[in-house]
Design a protein around this ligand. Sequence first.
Ligand SMILES: [Zn+2]
Length: 474
Amino acid sequence: MIVHMFVADDISPAHEAEMVAREHASPATGSTPGGRTSWATTTWLFDIGAERTSPVARVRSALADLTADLNRLTRGTELAALLTELELITRSVEAATVKVMARADRADAFRDDGHGTLAGWVRSIIKWSPSEASARARTALTAHSYPALVERLDAGTLGVAQARRLAGLHANRRVRDELPIVFDTLADIAGALPYEDFNTAVLRWEQLADADGAHRHADVVHDSRDASVHPVGDTVYVDAHVGTAQGALILEVFERYVEAELRHDLEARDALGLTTMSDLPRTAAQRRADALHAIFCSAAVGSSPAPEPVVNILIDADTYEAALVAMHNDERLPSLARRPEDIHRRRCETTSGLMLDPIDVATASLLGHVRRVVVASDGTVIDLGRKSRLFTGAAREAIWMRRRRCVWPSCSRLHCEVDHRIPWSEGGRTSPDNGDPLCAKHNRWKTRGYRTHMNPRTKVIEVTRPDGSTISPV
Ligand SMILES: [Zn+2]
């Protein structure tokens, strides 16, 4: 029932407290110019018999309602719907937290008790780890310039990790001035793509927006390269760090050898009629160590297992030209990310996704150490029609350039086979626009009625279940 309350202005604080205790609820309050708190005239909902509940208790009660029937739920889809609901609540709570911290920053309130930073102040209130506190402080500071960050978080279209990643960009002074150009595009990508792909887009943009800084940093990393093989007691340590120009080749060769070790393990397991990854004879760590040993064995017998160019580099024509011009004129590289579409268009990386310094790539192309793949701004499409049932050669590489990892949601395995989106048996063509990377395991799942298709709006590859519903993370 609705109660209209009219209370005198000059009620004493003692009476206020008494009234709250008696009525189990407090109406809205306002401040008089003199600073005294007074009851305002107010209309409120008064539920007779109800306990007065704090916000925490109300949220807890809502959460208890959500999970009340938990033991009756057995289906993945029901539990997934519940998790989605909880995640949306988490995002709203994060948005509110960030808003309060942004207010503390605006009002300089964090300087109470002698704190010098927002993160330090908030850690005096809540036992967050230093990294949690800094991540939220960065997000709060970003919210001043980008209110849309908090709005998207609260609306649930942006995840907490994604919001923090965007705030990290804002904290990077070297790219901060250019962030307004791409902020909305990156936030859209965050909402549409898996986290790893969003993070790749952010890394790409960060590197291209500060191409000169990235180039000088690449030089520093290369100059400080180091490798050592040294025995300590009964262990031999192999330690090394190199820049991306050398690292691209090392990584490519290493991954090939690791993949070969995995194939051995899969064959050994399949021969025993076993099926799960835990049935493999070696751990992933052991396979990596054995792969490194195998590389040294190859060197010892002088054999080269790589008949093809070892590293394929993907660079767009504009970036390549900018790097050549900068080299020729002995100038700094300009920012290569001046328009939102540059996020989708600009590339300077190996086909396995290792980002490279454009100057290194331009140098290598002149020295002929790598095969150069220049993609036109409209993207190259190599259509092989229905000639071949398998994706091989250029068609497979064109798909790997678009994406190297398995497209199954949450699977991020490299070393995939390329699978027909519209099956070959149903007339699907063996062309790059009808192929997606799928790992061996998820390739098998497709035979159980799962289908892949491209969402025409977001251009993201989605997987649909046999019942037609889509596996799509929020
Ligand atoms: Zn997979």
